[in-house]
Write a protein that binds this ligand. Structure first.
Ligand code: FO1
Length: 318
């Protein structure tokens, strides 16, 4: 059964790792958010793509959620010690963003292939092959789309400054996906959606991780016109996000911080909303939105739980 996941962030990567364990992984395609991409110390870093690659290659540090399990940060610590010796200035030397020693190899290979003029989609598929991944991993676009956040103080922050440097503590007043209007879907993205029998939006931040993908012209329309069963998994459980700032971001933008709020955001895009058992009381409100609520244990504390959730979802929608 051909499955296409609209993936961004750790929750997505976890569920995709689960899907790859319970289905023919050659029938799994992930369309990944690149709005978090950032130039870090001369390197093109694509966090959501690498998080998916590492989860699918079973190389990830499940607790940290990003980067590699067997990791060291010798180069990064040395960089920080050099930066400390410089006179303090206003330049942001990005020493707040940690690149692990083994993780560096991924950025170096991506950077070299990009320098050779290869589009991000080809580079990403080359990395997937290098990691022995049989599923298809696609960036949402080869073009630069960047999530930019405006705080209630009026500051405009690039994503990693907001998320990592400032620990996503800023209150937000606006979110933009700069470059989206001029972007086009990467090669294979629309075909993957059109060819899918199931489209899944994993438990990711609807506004920070999924919306940038839907902002690429043609993607949302392909999903609404798709003949597939389309299911989204609520990233909000018991009124809170399991990881990251999804609860505060939804609240700041006036959405209900609940599976119902998530369902309203995806109204028209999905047929099924998967919600956690602790939120079962919301099922009738989901039905009122003309979606089918599917109540499951959606907490993925490890690869086995991710595989079980993936199987439960495929069983429920098939
Ligand atoms: N997140 C952090 O909180 N601190 C970091 O130093 C950090 C480094 C990093 C390096 C490579 C990478 O692929 C991801 C990294 N992340 C880090 C996570 C990243 O900011 C987030 O995974 C996404 O951008 C949001 O999902």
């Amino acid at each position: 059964m051909r499955v296409c996941a609209i993936a961004g962030g750790v929750g997505s990567a976890r569920l995709c790792a689960g899907l790859a364990r319970v289905m023919d992984r050659r029938d799994l395609t992930m369309i990944v958010n690149t709005g978090d991409d950032e130039r870090i110390r001369g390197l093109h870093v694509s966090p959501d793509i690498d998080t998916v690659l590492y989860h699918l290659a079973d190389l990830t540090d499940w607790q940290r959620g990003w980067g590699l399990a067997e990791e060291s940060f010798v180069a990064h610590e040395r960089y920080q010690s050099l930066v400390e010796k410089l006179p303090g200035g206003k330049d942001d030397l990005q020493d707040w963003f940690a690149l692990g020693d083994r993780d560096l190899a991924t950025h170096l290979l991506r950077g070299r292939l990009l320098d050779l003029g290869r589009p991000l989609g080809e580079v990403t598929q080359a990395l997937a092959e290098a990691f022995g991944i049989e599923s298809t991993v696609l960036p949402m676009s080869d073009d630069p789309v960047r999530t930019v956040l405006t705080t209630t103080e009026g500051e405009r922050l690039d994503f990693q400054t907001y998320f990592v440097r400032r620990h996503h503590t800023d209150d937000l007043s606006n979110i933009e996906y700069t470059g989206a209007e001029q972007s086009t879907p990467a090669h294979g993205v629309i075909e993957a959606i059109q060819g899918a029998e199931v489209v899944i939006i994993p438990p990711s931040n609807p506004v920070l991780s999924v919306a940038p993908i839907l902002a690429v012209p043609g993607v949302e329309k392909a999903i609404t016109r798709s003949a597939a069963i389309r299911a989204a998994v609520s990233p909000i459980v018991g009124g809170r996000a399991l990881k990251g700032p999804a609860d505060r971001v939804l609240s700041a933008l006036g959405h209900d911080v609940s599976p119902v709020g998530v369902a309203r955001i995806y109204k028209g895009l999905i047929d099924v909303l998967v919600l956690d058992a602790v939120d079962e009381q919301h099922a009738p409100d989901i039905e009122a939105l003309e979606m089918r609520p599917v109540v499951l244990d959606t907490i993925m504390t490890g690869p086995e739980e991710a595989a079980r959730l993936a199987k439960d979802i495929l069983d429920a929608v098939a």
